[in-house]
Design a protein around this ligand. Structure first.
Ligand code: CAA
Length: 269
């Protein structure tokens, strides 16, 4: 997701710094952007000059200190409050007081993350969708202390990178995952109950209902671990069985079948 967010930002003309944990991960991220842009030129979606302008706006680093002059920092690290807190704490010592922090979290509480910083009024949720350069939506989530100015600036930033933003509440899953996660979990439960084969359930929803991907293809695309994690957070908050990860999903995660990224999920890649 990080590379997709960096790409749309650089493509919109912002000088964009990608910070990753080490140099090889930085190179892999920039490489993903280069491949996506090259494929876009081949498909006639952008010109070679646009590709070159985008790449000229991008640079990579493994040092948080290199973000010192940024106006906006979009965090897209692992979905773990502790890890995110650590990054924001370090950033507090690096950037000036005007810098806005945004989190691309898909499930964690924005108000809680904001409270780990010294700038809760300049903290906001900015949740993108995969694949970021293609999906048009971004959810903008205000924490309890987010200022109007931060909200307006970040909403405008979302528009400026080619997205059509919506305002979502600071509740687990925001809008999209509040509706998407129960649907995906239901598909797993239905499969466990013998409703149909994985292929037939997928085919039914894509060919019959016009979804671009059936639920199992989408689960593999999003990641079974990510889905299970988001569902767990939603279940913790709402205590509603609709959000409880089904036993099969949990076991597939435990077995390391996380979807496309591990080569195996409901399908094999
Ligand atoms: N550069 C520029 N444009 C490109 C491109 C590139 N490298 N690659 C593809 N595109 C464009 C294509 O030209 C095409 O555009 P047009 O419709 O204007 O022709 C469009 O992107 C789709 O590309 P494809 O035809 O190659 O691919 P597809 O039709 O198989 O669609 C997909 C791929 C967009 C991923 C589609 O399957 C889809 O929408 N899947 C569902 C994705 C989804 O639900 N994402 C959200 C997941 S949830 C999430 O992310 C949040 C969370 O918290 C879990």
């Amino acid at each position: 997701m990080g590379s997709g967010i960096a790409q749309v930002s650089a493509q919109a003309g912002y000088r964009t710094i990608v910070r990753e944990i080490d140099d090889s991960t930085v190179a892999a991220g920039i490489g993903r952007i280069e491949s996506f842009l090259a494929a876009g030129v081949e498909r006639g979606k952008l010109s070679a000059a646009d590709r070159d302008r985008t790449l000229a706006n991008l640079s990579g680093t493994s040092r948080l200190e290199d973000l010192a002059d940024c106006d906006l920092i979009i965090e897209a690290i692992v979905e773990h409050v502790g890890a995110k807190r650590e990054v924001f704490e370090t950033l507090e010592g690096v950037v000036g007081p005007e810098t806005v922090f945004a989190s691309n979290t898909s499930s964690l509480c924005i108000t809680e993350l904001a409270a780990t910083t010294r700038r809760p009024e300049r903290f906001i949720g900015l949740h993108f969708f995969s694949p970021v350069p293609i999906m048009k939506l971004v959810e903008v989530i205000r924490g309890l202390a987010t200022s109007d100015e931060t909200f307006e600036n970040v909403f405008a930033f979302g528009r400026s990178v080619g997205k059509d933003p919506v305002t979502a509440p600071d509740r687990p899953g925001f809008i999209a995952n509040r509706l998407l996660i129960p649907y995906l979990l239901d598909a797993v439960r239905a499969y466990e109950e013998g409703l149909g084969t994985i292929e037939d359930i997928d085919k039914t929803m894509s060919l019959g209902c016009g979804y671009p991907m059936g639920p199992f293809t989408l689960l593999d695309f999003v990641g079974l671990d990510t889905t299970c994690y988001i569902a767990g957070i939603m279940y913790d908050e709402f205590k509603d069985p609709r959000y409880a990860p089904p036993p099969l999903l949990k076991r597939m995660v435990l077995a390391g079948r996380h979807g496309r990224k591990t080569g195996r999920g409901f399908y094999t890649y």
